[in-house]
Unconditional design. Structure first.
Length: 332
């Protein structure tokens, strides 16, 4: 405080000195004469060895005032600039945290892929088997989907976390129940020991779990509605898929009875696909709506399929789908 006061006092004294000098020059000469040389500024005083014009005097006053009082205004301006620069950053830091944790749930809508591909074969006892094309939708309908997700905002922009790109990690859980479905018929319509009968199967729930990793790009991370796009790559673990034949004679039952009703072995499957959605920021919480275009790897066959010439029935079990999920996340 005392230092700033002394600097201000020096500025006032210097200004008064300049004014007195200009007044003396104006009284000594009524006409404006171009100066023969520039006035000399020494410290806080002005040496006026030659006549000076009013315009030059004004310029000199402004220059001398800036030179002598520069430290105080510059400090004030520097502080104001610093405060102005820091205020938006503080607000941005409060709004855009580096990490988030959240949940999402919804449905996985399959539009391609077959649980069973059309095929023909024979049981180990020689009874003909004819299987029809059966889709995931025919058996399980829309698959339930649940995700626990974590994200981390990457990069720095002027010391502020850059929320335009995020690394993602999801834990995925899916489960869906099935209704009885006809998958074909066994036996023959012609006279034979085993007449033709429909193969009605009640499948167990289809379930899998897995992990997804990916990247997300936020288009307008500080707005009230934030659209985003990204890519997810996952690894998923299918459980065994079993089925129980209903009202099928023992002689016409395929060999899966010896496999404990198992249609498909548990297996790993890769998934990949672009994703897009919208964030609705509400304080530290974001509401989310997301859709993905996803490819999921196929199921694995079992021994009885190979033995009865049906090993290719799941060769088209990889599928395309568009999961739609809603949820929320917390920023911290």
């Amino acid at each position: 405080m005392q230092k700033d006061f002394r600097e201000s006092l020096r500025a006032v004294v210097a200004g008064v000195t300049v004014l007195l000098g200009c007044a003396g020059a104006a009284s000594a000469q009524s006409t404006v004469t171009p100066p023969s040389q520039d006035p000399v500024v020494v410290g806080n005083t002005v040496a006026l060895d030659t006549p000076i014009s009013i315009a030059a005097s004004n310029r000199l006053m402004a220059a001398n005032s800036t030179a002598t009082t520069g430290s105080f205004p510059s400090k004030a301006m520097s502080f104001a600039s610093f405060a102005a620069a820091q205020t938006p950053n503080a607000a941005l830091n409060a709004h855009l945290k580096k990490m988030t944790v959240g949940i999402q749930w919804g449905v996985d809508n399959s539009f391609s892929g077959k649980v069973i591909k059309e095929a023909t074969g024979r049981t180990v006892t020689g009874v003909p088997i004819n299987l029809d094309e059966t889709s995931f939708d025919d058996v399980w309908g829309r698959l339930g989907l649940f995700k626990i997700n974590f994200s981390y905002a990457e990069g720095l922009v002027s010391g502020v976390p850059n929320a335009r790109t995020e690394s993602l990690f999801n834990f995925v859980l899916s489960r869906s129940s099935a209704d009885p479905v006809d998958i074909g018929f066994a036996g023959s319509s012609t006279p034979s020991p085993v007449p033709s009968v429909p193969l009605t199967v009640k499948f167990d729930d289809l379930s899998y779990w897995g992990f997804e990793f990916g990247q997300r790009f936020l288009f307008t991370p500080r707005s009230k509605v934030t659209p985003y796009a990204g890519l997810l790559l996952g690894i998923n673990r299918y459980d065994d898929v079993r089925g129980t034949f209903q009202n099928v004679p023992v002689a016409a039952t395929p060999g899966l009875a010896a496999q404990d009703g198992k249609f498909f072995e548990k297996s790993w499957a890769l998934s990949i696909g672009p994703t897009g959605g919208i964030l609705f920021p509400l304080g530290p919480i974001d509401l989310t709506a997301e859709v993905q275009f996803r490819f999921m790897g196929g199921l694995s066959d079992v021994d009885w399929l190979v033995e009865e010439g049906l090993r290719d029935i799941n060769s088209d079990s990889s599928r395309w789908s568009f999961p739609i999920v809603f949820g929320g996340r917390y920023r911290f």
